[in-house]
Design a protein around this ligand. Sequence first.
Ligand SMILES: CC(C)(COP(=O)(O)OP(=O)(O)OC[C@H]1O[C@@H](n2cnc3c(N)ncnc32)[C@H](O)[C@@H]1OP(=O)(O)O)[C@@H](O)C(=O)NCCC(=O)NCCS
Length: 206
Amino acid sequence: MNIRNEQPNDYREVENLTREAFWNVYRPGCTEHFVLHKYRNNPDFIPELDFVMEEDGKIIGHIMFSKAELVKDDGSKIPSWTFGPISILPGYKRKGYGLKLLNFALEKAKAMGVAFLCMEGNIEFYKHAGFDLASKLKIHYHAEPKDCDVPYFLAQELIPGFLNGIEATYCPPKGYFVADEFPEEFAAYEATFPPKEKKVLPGQLQ
Ligand SMILES: CC(C)(COP(=O)(O)OP(=O)(O)OC[C@H]1O[C@@H](n2cnc3c(N)ncnc32)[C@H](O)[C@@H]1OP(=O)(O)O)[C@@H](O)C(=O)NCCC(=O)NCCS
């Protein structure tokens, strides 16, 4: 198993991997491959933290990171970071690859000075890499009331104490909403992939 930075000639393969990994998981079909496709030209994208995982010469995993920000009640902003999509090719899931890729990327992020990460995800996976509910660090999710624990909103200080004395709210960067922002471009992009059946499945987000 090898982890390295993604290169431009990997882009299509990695976007296809992302589509395969996310398809019908959170909604019928998925949009994460389009998010990735657009993000590489986004100033929030962090190329040094854009990794692919290979097994026997084949790309089986990918993760990317983004700059983000937290907003305090007084409107002032604090630099922050997030990551995703993270994808493991179906057939390789639940064999420990995702956690290895994530932990590798977190070490690199820490070495680059990334101090704090928050994101939406399943705590049953991310708890193994040090994530906990963001509410425990007094970081709120923009779309939920401040006084509740949001089970899918997770965070971790890579520099312990970075958020000491800080209470703030997070809204995912604009780059994660491109499928809603550019629906026709997304449809045209999606049409360049082999057709796949969209299914309504239990466990998808509402
Ligand atoms: C989520 C994902 C990256 C995890 O990678 P993975 O290689 O499958 O996971 P790992 O084998 O490293 O999991 C390590 C542990 O995390 C937990 N875990 C992983 N996936 C989980 C899931 N879907 N539900 C509950 N627990 C999970 C388990 O405890 C697992 O250990 P176990 O298999 O011995 O029980 C991968 O499954 C994937 O690509 N999923 C589809 C896309 C996606 O959901 N990405 C994340 C969006 S937030």
